[in-house]
Design a protein around this ligand. Structure first.
Ligand code: SF4
Length: 393
């Protein structure tokens, strides 16, 4: 089926090949960025319908807990971190983290994501104690935690390598590790936006170690709007696709989902160097990358729409542009810091937000389904029957 009305044969060929289920070359992925948005979204939606249940979009009730914002890496794009003695610096006590997980569980949450800065005052034993305490109190709670950056920090702390460290963390209760700290996996970009951040080779080395251990990988991401070129985004996507192939082939492991979101650089040290685009431009780029991601990452089944930073209206459009899942419902302190830095209101948290999530999915034309961390359906939801007419809290 040829759906492209464009006269550029490279664009129409790339769209046609994607729709026909062929793997796209980097050059073809680059062509997608030039495609008209409605045709790109239609092709991505077509692929999403083939990869996942065409009637359903999923959501989860999960929570994010940032255990410390003290960080020695000091990325230039980060509005979240604080130096050790700086105003606003915090490190949660293990008891407090256990209490918050209990609160999440009482709200129906089944999984939690723990992340934090690279805090030199935390020992490796602290991380093990944290996981053991959580599993002791809530054995059924699924725990995803840390990023390749945090694992690199533990390598430097202990002098041990990632497979050993991840093995110990897994024994202590770690269920999975997200593909966080990726941004754009091109060192030229990383050196500019975060000179001391984990480099591309280390990121893949540590992710590969986690996949070899069959740790769950809830998502892998791409963060755009750092002033990177489109070719650099293509390089990022194809590197993720290669890693997915490798892990599936070698270990039978995979990134379970992919998501893209735009960096918010206001009030960060990058704001002067990277003047931010207007909101309409950010939305346009975000939706384009949702669709490109679906077509480029043909080996990742689930693609997430982010509502927390983009809002429900845009997230609903993302669900019509290749995404099949709305990101979780919990509070995301690090992301909230970026939202606040951009001068926006941080959305409410808690169970009441679920009504908004379900309504967003239904308004986008899908049946909403609550899922577990592995994308198994727990139950189908209906906004009207569960939350009443017009219930969007
Ligand atoms: S992004 Fe992570 S590693 Fe970088 S400064 Fe912020 S908390 Fe630290």
């Amino acid at each position: 089926m040829v759906i492209c009305s464009s006269h550029d044969s490279g664009i129409s060929k790339a769209l046609d090949r994607a729709i026909a289920g062929h793997r796209l070359s980097p050059k073809e992925i680059r062509h997608l960025y030039e495609a008209p948005q409605d045709e790109l979204a239609a092709a991505a939606n077509d692929m999403r319908m083939r990869c996942t249940d065409p009637q359903v979009a999923t959501y989860s009730i999960g929570g994010n807990i940032d255990y410390t914002n003290v960080c020695a890496v000091a990325c230039r794009f980060c509005a979240f971190y604080r130096a050790k003695n700086q105003n606003g610096a915090f490190t949660l006590a293990i008891d407090e983290i256990v209490r918050r997980v209990g609160q999440l569980k009482s709200q129906g949450g089944g999984d939690v994501l723990l992340q934090g800065g690279i805090n030199p005052d935390l020992s490796f034993e602290w991380y093990l104690d944290l996981l053991r305490s959580l599993k002791k109190n809530y054995p059924d709670m699924h725990i995803d935690a840390f990023s390749p950056e945090e694992i690199l920090g533990m390598e430097r702390l202990t002098g041990r390598d990632a497979p050993d460290i991840l093995g110990d963390l897994k024994d202590a209760g770690l269920d999975g590790m997200p593909g966080a700290a990726a941004e754009i996996l091109v060192d030229e970009v990383r050196a500019r936006i975060a000179p001391t951040r984990i480099r591309t080779a280390d990121w893949f080395r540590i992710i590969d170690a986690a996949m070899a251990l069959h740790l769950h990988n809830p998502w892998v991401g791409m963060v755009i709007n750092f002033g990177e070129t489109l070719d650099q985004r293509v390089a990022h996507l194809t590197a993720l696709r290669d890693q997915q192939d490798r892990a599936m082939h070698r270990y039978g492991s995979s990134f379970i989902a992919y998501k893209v979101w735009p960096a918010r650089l206001e009030h960060t040290r990058l704001s002067a160097a990277s003047p931010q685009a207007r909101e309409e431009e950010i939305v346009k780029e975000y939706l384009r990358d949702v669709a490109v991601g679906r077509l480029a990452l043909d080996n990742v089944d689930n693609h997430r729409a982010v509502w927390r930073t983009m809002g429900f209206t845009v997230a609903g459009r993302a669900l019509q542009s290749g995404a099949n899942d709305l990101c979780g419902t919990g509070s995301i302190n690090a992301i909230d810091a970026c939202i606040e830095a951009a001068g926006k209101k941080v959305p409410d948290s808690g169970t009441t937000i679920i009504a908004d999530v379900v309504a967003c999915i239904e308004e986008a034309g899908f049946r909403a389904a609550l899922r577990d961390p592995y994308y198994n359906i727990i139950k189908y939801s209906n906004c009207r029957s569960e939350y009443g007419d017009g219930a969007t809290t």
